[in-house]
Write a protein that binds this ligand. Structure first.
Ligand SMILES: [Zn+2]
Length: 263
């Protein structure tokens, strides 16, 4: 079984912000313990108090308004975010990242959270299908996400996916409706939060400092970033890895042969 830990970044309602991001980390069941341990070791190395009380939450670390980040110099806090992303960038090769960046205005009147959730579930389902198609590995998938943000909206939506399917058909590889957990108790939801925040910085502010550290972890095949989706405004050029890799794939690969000119 693979578990997809999900979390979001960016405000849905704040009109000052353009993007909402939903991001997830897919982990094979036997790797879960190892990744949690790496994250715990990292938090303990910060020596900021009882590591069970310390939550890795991208925006909270960056803004430094709450303990234990309050009082730490900004440069130090941003270094903590960078270092914490190493838990993901140096994880076992089977750990894959997924993210959907939704330009809220471009998707209006659709709810960006629902839209991103349907898309990321589809991407996770396709990833599991590919494991079977290319390696004969049959895995079910389970989605785990933070209780506080989206439980009411998404619990019902996920049930609908199971019964009626999505825009792309039924998600046959997903085992259940999502499980909602308290992010304070789940290091792996916290890793998903850091991934979401790094991706949000990339799309909202063009700040690649954090995103570039984990870009290689997105699910991809044949050079196409299947694990990263960018819903951008129509007619806007974009050179992010998701848009670039799809543009290259869609280019005509075989040009018609030139007719030789006889002299
Ligand atoms: Zn793009």
């Amino acid at each position: 079984m693979y578990v997809l830990y999900l979390d979001g970044s960016g405000s849905v309602r704040n009109p000052e912000e353009s993007y909402f991001i939903l991001a997830g980390v897919a982990i094979f069941e036997r790797q879960i313990y190892h990744l949690i341990e790496k994250a715990d070791v990292f938090v303990a190395s910060l020596a900021l108090g009882d590591s069970d009380d310390i939550e890795l939450h991208g925006s909270a670390i960056a803004n430094g308004r709450e303990r234990p980040w309050k009082g730490l110099p900004r440069r130090e806090r941003l270094r903590v975010v960078e270092e914490s992303l190493r838990v993901l960038s140096e994880a076992h090769w089977s750990v894959k990242a997924f993210a959907v960046a939704v330009h809220k205005e471009a998707r209006s009147p659709y709810d960006p959270v629902e839209y991103a959730f349907e898309e990321i579930c589809n991407r996770f389902n396709l990833f599991l299908s590919r494991l079977f198609r290319t390696g004969g590995e049959k895995h079910r998938g389970l989605v785990v996400m933070d209780r506080s943000h989206y439980e009411e909206t998404l619990q019902g939506l996920a049930r609908d996916f199971r019964v009626r399917g999505t825009r792309w058909g039924k998600l046959r590889n997903l085992a259940e409706v999502p499980l909602f957990v308290d992010s304070r108790a789940s290091r792996l939801v916290q890793i998903a939060d850091l991934l979401a925040w790094a991706t949000w910085r990339r799309y909202e502010h063009g700040d690649t400092r954090y995103f570039d550290r984990i870009a290689s972890r997105f699910d991809k095949e044949g050079g196409v970033f299947h694990g990263l989706v960018h819903h951008r405004p129509p007619n806007e050029d974009c050179h992010c890895p998701a848009c670039l890799s799809r543009a290259r794939r869609d280019e005509p690969t075989a040009r018609p042969p030139l007719v030789p000119v006889r002299s």
